[in-house]
Design a protein around this ligand. Structure first.
Ligand code: ATP
Length: 891
């Protein structure tokens, strides 16, 4: 093995399962199996080293400037990559150039702008489950209560961090909420303990999974490393009490992974937030999908989802924070009011809003710039952008003075101007700076005397060389004599063979090429010395100044992070205000009960995307007094789903502090929102559509509280009509009797309308349509009462079902309806046994699909007196009954 291959294997060993990008001169090379993966995933050409040997080594490579592009492709394909750089100047290296793995890149540890969507956070999450094996360690001081207490709910610690911003949070959650919490965080990568038998990575999820050794989740080590990183003596002060051990272990896992992969400093991780200390509106993964909060269901894109439509943020920081706000709306009325007051002020003050947005629009992504400073990956352009961002702050701060809302006052107080830092950066850096310091020439002329004089010398030297070339041409009479430069000889004079005879005696020949010869002269060498050393000295000096500026900025890290956070918050509030002002949204009244009063509400997405006035507004009034369950019937395409989603989205928006699309709204704070809307295809997860629907419904029935908001769309559709209707019936009863939460249930089972007669808090609603010449006209207006017709066949025609199929469907429908009337006339269904025994009401009600109470046969049976009948008479009665039911039954 060559020394270089030995060096390669050492590096490869240190980076585990990551593919190793090995820097060789101007190329990155991959070897052996890595090369084969790279060839297939990245489309690189597979070649081999030592082709003639018995064991050639597979290799594939690409020019160094294409690194980002290939890293991105590899990470998208679910791989991790380690970058092994040359860490000394090859010119100065004695023997083999020193190389080191400088970072390991994975989906959750991306920081390069080119690989990140500026509007999306990019979290790395770690999960740590409390299993019987590690329970005593995880929760030593709180082993789970007394002997006869119920076994404690299984728990899981989740921590999440963003390398590109320094945001770090952790919390303990019931284990059955794992998927929901991960859906809220929406991480790019999830790490978990390889020894944990209870974690089964679901590879259909949109994040990648990485196994990590158990030691990296050890409690003691986690506590120590977190305290060291955050410069605190204990984690209790940050809200992590004894019962937070799983969260601490998960956070330790995150930190260990970052330290392992980043090798550089993590100075921007300065604190960690304990998630459990500030409860939020709980939204499970299915609801998040159904409501299309971040992504649309069909295309998975941000555009068209709530987030994409209402995002008017002018900075990427604002866009990312808005995503966080929508992912975790608030439940404390005072916190909601704190934000809403600020939105209100910005809505009411047009010029303030416009000015603020204009200044914010000129700032850069301070959060990510600071992360690059902290991790030592910063360049001159980053520093210049920090200076430019700071330069907008005085006007912004001035614009925010004398504000009324506490939130804006707080934001103003956090816009630290950092005049000294700004002055230094502005004075030192050119307006147009290169990305990398190695490119040089970014320090302004006049900033540093020594640098200026070195630059002058270098420039003067080059000029001298040009003059020297001219002089030599004149003196020798060689018109095509040139001064050239290469690394081996430095400066030389090049003369073509045709002029060989004119070479003066003081030219010293250095190299013979095919058509020319190269010479040096003592005079040329003397000047070369000056020029080159001046150039070198100038770049060393420039690097020194750059390092000072970087250090100075690093010293302001904490204060600048506060500024970045303030800018992001202001941007989100101004974005909310902008949408509200543009689309005439109003501030909802937030109450602490379970009322919902929305007058002329609109769907937030359609309200923004449809032309003004096109969307038909609708009311929604729910309260314990006026009814908590709305059963909404109506034809297909009438707008049932739109309506129920609109109510859920208005509630969600209201709890983020935003205004809402309505004429007036009173929203009782919901603790959870559940949406079971539309069939989601989970075949890849091995579940049928009906199964998914039932799993999600089961979860609603098991976890909703009286303060929740539930929206259900056509529950039971994926099975037989009888099964579906029975389930929908029983689910509605359960929601009414046992949970008592606000519920909007859109359904095609018109039979459910009968529930209004016996369940006091059920109200029937339907969506108005008009029939006109066998056509159906959708009015999209929600009115009280239940629908009497489905119009499915008319809607099918609109969808392009061929006329002959449509006509036949009408015939079949007519036949079915006639049969239905003859044989199943007004059946009855008894109320649930619990209700019968519970309140003794014993009500019965009619249901056209069920029971046969009014059937003549049933009535005859009811009139029989068995005591006075002989067995033969009973048999004869049965025979006659069978004959009466002929022909359908007897055949
Ligand atoms: N209030 C409204 N104003 C204007 N257009 C609306 C309104 N509500 C719904 N629509 C339009 O009608 C279409 C159908 O709405 P929606 O999907 O809510 O109907 P639906 O009753 O749930 O239908 P289905 O029973 O077939 O699922 C939507 O695409 C939307 O564009």
């Amino acid at each position: 093995m060559t020394p270089m291959m030995r060096q390669y294997h050492e590096a490869k060993e240190a980076c585990g399962d990551a593919l190793l990008f090995f820097r060789m001169g101007d190329f990155y090379e991959l070897f052996l199996d890595d090369a084969k993966v790279a060839a297939s995933v990245l489309g690189l050409t597979l070649t081999s080293r030592d082709k003639d040997s018995a064991n050639p080594t597979a290799m594939a490579g690409f020019p160094h400037h294409q690194l980002d592009q290939y890293l991105q492709k590899l990470i998208k394909a679910g791989y991790r990559a380690a970058v092994c750089e040359q860490v000394e100047d090859p010119k100065l290296a004695k023997g083999l150039v020193k190389r080191e793995v400088t970072r390991v890149v994975s989906a959750g540890t991306l920081t390069d702008d080119g690989m990140l969507d500026p509007r999306e956070p990019n979290y790395l999450a770690a999960i740590f489950a409390v299993t019987s094996k590690n329970k005593s360690k995880a929760n030593s001081k709180n082993p789970g209560g007394s002997a006869n207490a119920r076994p404690p709910e299984a728990q899981i610690g989740i921590a999440w961090a963003e390398l590109s911003s320094g945001r770090f949070e952790a919390g303990v959650f019931p284990k059955n909420r794992l998927e929901d919490e991960l859906a809220r965080i929406n991480p790019a990568e999830v790490i978990y303990c390889e020894d944990d038998p209870t974690i089964h990575p679901d590879t259909t999820m949109p994040w990648s999974w990485t196994r990590r050794p158990a030691w990296s989740f050890a409690l003691d080590a986690a506590q120590k490393s977190l305290c060291k990183q955050l410069s605190v003596s204990g984690l209790e002060g940050l809200g992590f009490e004894d019962d937070s051990a799983p969260a601490v272990r998960a956070a330790g896992g995150v930190l260990a992974y970052l330290m392992d992969t980043q090798r550089g400093s993590l100075d921007h991780f300065r604190t960690i937030t304990c998630h459990n200390r500030s409860p939020v509106l709980q939204i499970d993964a299915a609801t998040r999908r159904s409501l299309e909060i971040n992504r649309t269901m069909r295309t998975g894109s941000r555009d068209g989802a709530l987030l994409g439509v209402i995002d008017r943020a002018v900075t990427p920081m604002g866009s990312r924070l808005l995503a966080d706000y929508l992912a975790a709306p608030l439940v404390a009325p005072e916190s909601i009011a704190y934000r809403a007051d600020a939105v209100s002020e910005l809505v009411g003050n047009h010029s303030l809003r416009t000015d603020v947005r204009k200044i914010l629009g000129e700032t850069y992504d301070l959060t990510r710039l600071l992360a690059r400073i902290a991790t030592g990956r910063t360049g001159p352009r980053d520093l210049r952008q920090i200076a430019d961002t700071l330069s907008g702050l005085p006007t912004l701060k001035a614009r925010l003075t004398d504000r009324v809302s506490d939130c804006l006052v707080e934001i103003e107080s956090k816009l630290h101007l950092c005049p000294e830092l700004r002055g230094n950066l502005e004075n030192a850096l050119n307006e147009d700076c290169p990305l990398s310091a190695n490119e040089g020439n970014f320090i302004r002329e006049g900033f540093d005397e020594e640098l200026d004089s070195l630059r002058q010398l270098a420039k003067g030297g080059k000029q001298w060389i040009a003059e020297y070339q001219q002089r030599q041409m004149d003196e020798t009479g060689i018109a095509n004599l040139k001064v050239g430069y290469n690394r081996v000889f430095g400066y030389y004079l090049e003369v073509s063979n045709t002029h060989k005879s004119k070479i003066p005696a003081d030219f010293i020949r250095k190299q013979t090429l095919k058509n020319c010869e190269r010479y040096i002269t003592p005079e040329l060498k003397e000047y070369e010395e000056k020029v080159l050393s001046a150039d070198d000295k100038a770049s060393t000096r420039e690097m020194m100044i750059f390092a000072d500026l970087r250090q100075m900025t690093h010293d302001h890290l904490a204060i600048l992070q506060e500024v970045a956070q303030a800018i992001a918050r202001l941007d989100v509030l101004a974005s909310m205000a902008e949408v509200a002002a543009q689309h005439h949204w109003i501030r909802p009244k937030i109450t602490d009960d379970s009322t919902l009063r929305i007058e002329n509400g609109r769907h937030p997405v359609l309200d923004v995307s449809m032309k003004q006035g096109e969307f038909v507004p609708n009311d929604c009034f729910q309260s314990p007094e006026t009814g908590m369950i709305h059963l909404i019937t109506g034809p297909n395409m009438a707008g049932k789903s739109t309506y129920i989603r609109q109510v859920a989205l208005i509630t969600l928006l209201a709890q983020t502090g935003s205004f809402v699309p309505a004429e007036s709204a009173e929203i009782g704070i919901a603790d959870r929102i559940f949406a079971r809307v539309g069939a989601s295809d989970e075949l890849s997860r091995g579940q049928s559509t009906f199964m998914v629907e039932m799993v999600e419904t089961a979860r609603i029935l098991n976890t909703a509280t009286s303060r929740s908001l539930v929206i259900l769309d056509e529950i039971g559709r994926g099975t037989s009509t009888y099964d579906g209707l029975s389930l929908a019936w029983a689910i509605t009863e359960h929601l009414h009797e046992q949970i008592g939460c606000r519920t909007l249930f859109a359904t095609h089972y018109h039979e459910l309308a009968a529930l209004q007669e016996t369940l006091p808090r059920v109200t029937n609603m339907n969506v108005a349509v008009k029939e006109w010449q066998d056509e159906v006209v959708f009015l999209h207006r929600i009115i009280s009462g239940s629908a009497d017709k489905s119009y499915g066949i008319q809607v099918a025609r609109l969808a392009g079902i061929p006329p002959e199929v449509n006509a036949r469907a009408k015939e079949v429908l007519a036949q079915l309806e006639a049969d239905h009337r003859d044989s199943l006339d007004r059946p009855t269904i008894a109320p649930p046994s619990s209700r019968q025994s519970g309140n003794g009401s014993g009500d019965t009600y009619q249901l056209t699909l069920f029971g046969y109470a009014d059937h003549p046969l049933i009535q005859k049976i009811g009139q029989l007196d068995f005591d006075s009948m002989t067995p033969m008479e009973a048999l004869q009665f049965l025979q006659q009954a069978k004959r009466d039911l002929a022909p359908s039954v007897t055949s």
